[in-house]
Ligand binder design. Structure first.
Ligand code: ATP
Length: 294
């Protein structure tokens, strides 16, 4: 695979604040790269510099080996964190308007199908739900049939079902070998969609790699969860790391079978037990010592 985008030592300083503190990475053609992290981590700033709409204080960005230029502008699609849509236009008119900006681009009927907009074509932009609006914004980002697509927090504010539907759309776009860069607060979203992720905090990457490789690198245990009321053993008497939450207790164990045997021996009821692998939320907690500040 070849790198479509290369970012070298990118820095963005604001007076009294370093928003992006020297990040470097490359994105392979046809892959999905996700930057995730809490509010204020520097994701949008980094994204907007890559998109060419904000200047860097220092660093270099190469698209297909060259500084950002006309090629990039023709081949990039962007869905910003907030986009104002023209009032009094329907979904169909909005798509036609944006499609008109490009000589070459996507077939509108195909785009309407990809983004599931068939039932909404005559609806005024102002009357769209959050999920419907995001689908329209994605379609607008795709009007020039981009080879590289930037999505800045595309599912923030959507309900769980709408987020899942949006993920299906992104999967369809990935199948066309479009390179995708996205930012998100949602670790599950990054895990599902991204081939490579960077966890960003205070302007820096604190982890960078494939979700699976990062989890393997940092963890060799499994988590057992029990409702708090089922766990009546003093944690100090147990050989595991125990994380007490409001309603539940999480126990980190190397061997599930040995842990279950021990819990039964101690008389702990295991009927409501849940066993889960480590996830990116755990990784974030491990790396920063704090829960994700959404
Ligand atoms: P969120 O998840 O909330 O969108 P983010 O990770 O995208 O956050 P950025 O929007 O990149 O974070 O902001 C990074 C930091 O830079 C924040 O502290 C923000 O307040 C600051 N910042 C962003 N834009 C400006 C600006 N134009 N002038 C000064 N500071 C800014």
């Amino acid at each position: 695979m070849s790198a479509v985008l290369e970012v070298r030592n990118l820095v963005k300083e604001y007076p009294g604040l370093t928003a992006v503190a020297g990040i470097s990475f490359s994105v392979d053609e046809g892959s999905c790269f996700g930057m995730l992290g809490p509010n204020g981590a520097g994701k949008t700033t980094a994204m907007e510099i890559m998109e060419g709409i904000r200047s860097a204080s220092s660093g270099e960005i190469l698209y297909r080996g060259k500084p950002i230029g006309a090629d990039f502008r023709n081949e990039a699609g962007m869905q910003f964190q907030s986009t104002a849509l023209q009032d009094h236009l329907t979904v169909r008119e909005s798509l036609q308007l944006f499609r008109g900006f490009y000589k070459h681009g996507a077939d509108l009927d195909e785009l309407i199908e990809t983004c599931s907009l068939e039932q909404l074509l005559n609806r005024d932009n102002r009357k769209l739900s959050g999920g419907q609006r995001q689908r329209l914004l994605l379609a607008i980002a795709l009007v020039n049939d981009p080879k590289i697509l930037f999505l800045d927090e595309p599912t923030t504010g959507l309900d769980p079902q709408a987020r899942r539907n949006f993920w299906d759309l992104i999967e369809k776009i990935k199948q066309r070998r479009t390179t995708v860069l996205l930012t998100t607060h949602y670790m599950d979203e990054a895990y599902i969609l991204c081939d490579t992720i960077a966890i960003m905090d205070h302007g820096k990457f604190i982890a960078h790699g494939s979700p699976e490789s990062l989890l393997k690198e940092h963890f060799s245990d499994v988590i057992i969860e029990l409702p708090r009321e089922d766990f009546r053993v003093p944690p100090a008497s147990l050989p595991w790391t125990i994380h007490e939450k409001i309603d539940s207790v999480e126990i980190s164990v190397a061997s599930v079978s040995e842990a279950l045997a021990k819990l039964l021996e101690l008389g702990v009821g295991i009927d409501r037990i849940r066993i889960r692998p480590r996830n990116l939320e755990d990784l974030f907690l491990e790396l920063t010592g704090t829960e994700l500040r959404a």
